[in-house]
Design a protein around this ligand. Structure first.
Ligand code: ZN
Length: 418
């Protein structure tokens, strides 16, 4: 049976919301945390377990499964014309440490539910459909983020990705091999007709505007850097306050400057220090070394560049005054990604057909869709995050909204693949 758009209006095909909920709940048990979240860091044992379950589910609906050299997992459903470029959708199964049960996994389970629905109703599409789980989207254990899609898209180097280390000194490539997901198929882009990613909003706008569907114009630009401050260790008692080179105090001042940066620069900018290591981290030693991370985001790439220049000047000033040299390493930069207007339009129209009032917005969070956007026409589908919370155990979305998001995805996939 072929579903043309006209048929869908008379005989609506819908996903099974209960089944979607069950898949999300099963995944949430892998790496479950006491506060109701998940900790499923990239290439951890939990990541492996989730991947294995995912592959088992793909095989149950006869998808052709491939794992590439970066551990990206693809499941392909043939189309009537397999010569045609496929329509692709997915997201990531990895999570933040103490992250939530919806970030990433909703996009993967949402697409799985769409494919199960098509399988169950024996719906054929003209183009093949591909579901994907991208490796290490979060970038929390191994930076940068969106590594699997970045290498696949040809923007990040695979060998460089393999050499990235976590804080315990373990290399990405070795861990990929350890969990058995260093696949053999080349990690290289192929033609994709359209890419959709269903995701939770991770912000408060949809809830505030009382809308169920968000339709982002694109994703903000992001810059990541690391700062390494060198101080001088000494006994805290006998060492007078004057003349100290306290690396932690220097870091504290710099962190506050980062926090003040958006107010100073104006425009649509956010800047955050989210991670810090202090050495030797002892009550009675003047801190000798500090490492901290910096994250700057904006829709305006030039504003990011100017903010980063300003930040470097500020850091040098603090560093000079406190006698604590700083080394800055710029580790990742991705420009803002405006999505394909015709697909953004399609998401909005589809929402309206389902009786929703889509909210136009911009995604402040990075997603694999950002790299995919450089390869293929791309759009995202957002559903609300309760209380705007994400990257936290408290992250939550209603089952109904997840189901609605999956139905929007289903309709968009049918429109682009038939
Ligand atoms: Zn995500």
């Amino acid at each position: 049976m072929i579903y043309a758009e006209a048929d869908m209006n008379t005989e609506p095909l819908r996903v099974d919301g209960k089944r979607l909920r069950k898949s999300l709940e099963s995944m949430a048990r892998i790496g479950a945390t006491p506060g109701g979240g998940v900790s499923r860091l990239a290439l951890s044992d939990e990541d492996r377990e989730a991947r294995n379950l995912f592959i088992q589910w793909l095989r149950e609906i006869d998808l052709e499964v491939t794992v590439d050299e970066m551990g990206n997992i693809f499941g392909k459903r043939p189309g009537q014309n397999s010569e045609l470029a496929p329509v692709m959708s997915g997201s990531h199964v990895d999570s933040q440490p103490m992250g939530g049960r919806f970030d990433g996994i909703l996009g993967v389970m949402g697409m799985l539910e769409v494919l199960r629905t098509l399988h169950e109703h024996r719906v054929e599409t003209r183009r093949p459909l591909v579901i994907v789980d991208w490796t290490n989207e979060e970038g929390s254990r191994f930076s940068p983020a969106m590594m699997g899609s970045g290498v696949w898209a040809g923007i990040l180097d695979r060998q460089w990705a393999y050499s990235r280390m976590d804080l315990g000194g373990k290399k990405f490539g070795e861990e990929l091999e350890r969990i058995g997901f260093k696949g053999t198929s080349p990690c290289r882009k192929w033609p994709v007709h359209a890419y959709f990613e269903l995701h939770i909003e991770q912000g408060p706008l949809l809830e505030r505007e009382k809308r169920i569907l968000g339709s982002p114009e694109g994703i903000v630009g992001i810059l990541w850097a690391d700062g390494y401050i060198q101080g001088k260790a000494n006994q805290v008692g006998p060492t007078p306050m004057e003349g100290r080179n306290d690396a932690l105090c220097a870091a504290a001042e710099m962190i506050l400057r980062v926090n003040e940066l958006p107010g100073k620069m104006g425009g649509n900018l956010v800047a955050t220090v989210g991670e810090i290591q202090n050495y030797p981290n002892s009550r009675n030693i003047i801190p000798e070394r500090v490492r901290f991370t910096l994250d700057i985001r904006s829709w305006d790439d030039d504003l990011i560049r100017r903010a980063w220049e300003e930040m470097k000047r500020d850091f040098q000033e603090v560093s000079g005054r406190r006698g604590c040299p700083i080394r800055l390493e710029e580790i990742w930069k991705v420009e803002h990604a405006p999505f394909a207007p015709h697909l953004v339009q399609m998401v909005r129209e589809t929402g309206r057909q389902l009786g929703l009032e889509p909210l136009p917005m911009v995604s402040g969070a990075g997603h694999d869709a950002s790299y995919m956007n450089q390869i293929a026409p791309t759009a995202m589908i957002f559903v609300p995050s309760i209380g705007g919370r994400s990257h936290a155990e408290a992250e939550n979305s209603s089952w109904e909204d997840c189901e609605i998001g999956a139905n929007v995805l289903l309709k968009c996939l049918l429109k682009t693949s038939t």
